[in-house]
Design a protein. Structure first.
Length: 354
């Protein structure tokens, strides 16, 4: 395959294919031959909504990347030939924040498709620090390809970090707002850790899919009044002998309506995890956090040291990828991005170089 990449040159314009010069990697870096790169709504924010990238355009987007290391710089030779997942956010590992275990707020972090060129290409160069090795024997046993696990880099690991930092465990009620993409994995991860999951969305297809994989109860907000949602979830919890307090609510839709709905579900001792992103503003009464003695947690990406545990859930079959992803040729990138933007796809699109 002739090395090439697809470049964003301007907001709202089609991506452009360019030839790619493959240079030897820098010390501590590796060159990854891309197996697959997932399409995230963050990519759409850059391309369609004018969200600024940290590196000026032109830029190769794409931060959900899996592939094989085909070249390595000095000090990274041990990665040669290995199947890997590239972290969506790569901390420097050396600053004060990184030394204190706070790599997600590292001021020198690198995000493919934002700070550096991303994975909508046949190859890319990234720091070797934080790479997650993929056991291809276990991968084959669960019927997945290396391209499929590209979505672990964000759609799985981001909610994994959100769920773990919220302290989700057995006997808890977890409500997931928005169960397409990230939300579908948030529901599965919470269920895998023993929680009872309630899924909320406006798309019956997404609700049907997550009902078969993690959610014990679903609510379609086109059929349920938002003002009645809290009461109905409470009735479900009571019928199941579950607590009426200390719910954990994850906002994964990345919409203003979803954020308002999530905040409206606060109960005493609740935890609100904000996982989805939107540029829209929401009017909230923050005093509810005080009155309910609740807490709100943000979640930016996922620390690379959590990737192996998140990947284990997939390789153990406890979190399913296949029902929620679909592969497309990288050559069809402009059609796929448009389809995702227009919400024509219900599964996570993975672009595969071909």
């Amino acid at each position: 395959m002739t090395p090439h990449r697809w470049v964003m040159r301007a907001v709202g314009e089609p991506m452009v294919r360019e030839p790619l010069q493959l240079d030897p990697p820098l010390p501590g870096h590796v060159q990854v031959e891309v197996a697959g790169c997932g399409v995230c709504h963050t990519d759409l924010g850059y391309l369609y909504d004018g969200v600024r990238t940290n590196q000026p355009l032109p830029l190769v987007l794409g931060h959900e990347i899996s592939g094989r290391v085909v070249a390595a710089g000095a000090g990274a030779e041990g990665w040669l030939g290995k199947a890997v997942i590239v972290p969506a956010v790569i901390p420097c590992g050396e600053c004060d924040a990184c030394r204190r275990g706070k790599g997600t707020i590292c001021p020198s972090q690198k995000m493919p498709g934002n700070d550096i060129h991303g994975g909508f290409a046949t190859h890319l160069e990234v720091p070797a620090r934080g790479l997650c090795a993929v056991d291809e024997v276990r991968l084959a046993k669960v019927g997945l390809t290396l391209a499929d696990v590209s979505v672990v880099a964000d759609a799985v690991t981001t909610p994994y970090q959100a769920v773990t930092q919220a302290g989700v465990g057995p006997g808890q009620v977890v409500v997931v707002i928005g169960v397409g993409g990230v939300g579908s994995y948030c529901a599965q991860i919470a269920a895998a850790l023993g929680a009872t999951v309630v899924a909320v969305d406006v798309d019956p297809r997404k609700l049907e899919a997550v009902a078969a994989h993690g959610a014990s109860r679903t609510f379609n907000l086109r059929e349920t009044e938002p003002k009645n949602l809290k009461k109905e979830i409470g009735a479900f919890a009571k019928a199941k002998g579950l607590p009426s307090r200390e719910w954990v609510i994850f906002e994964c839709s990345g919409t203003a309506a979803g954020q308002a709905t999530a905040f409206g579900l606060l109960v005493h001792g609740a935890t609100l995890g904000v996982v989805g992103f939107t540029m829209d503003k929401v009017e909230l009464r923050l005093s509810n956090l005080m009155a309910f003695h609740a807490r709100a947690l943000g979640n930016w990406g996922c620390a690379p040291d959590l990737y192996p545990a998140a990947l284990d859930l997939v390789l153990d079959g406890r979190v399913k990828l296949a029902p929620f992803v679909e592969r497309h040729p990288l050559s069809e990138i402009n059609r796929v991005l448009a389809d995702v933007h227009e919400r024509k796809l219900t599964r996570r699109a993975i672009l595969v170089p071909a």
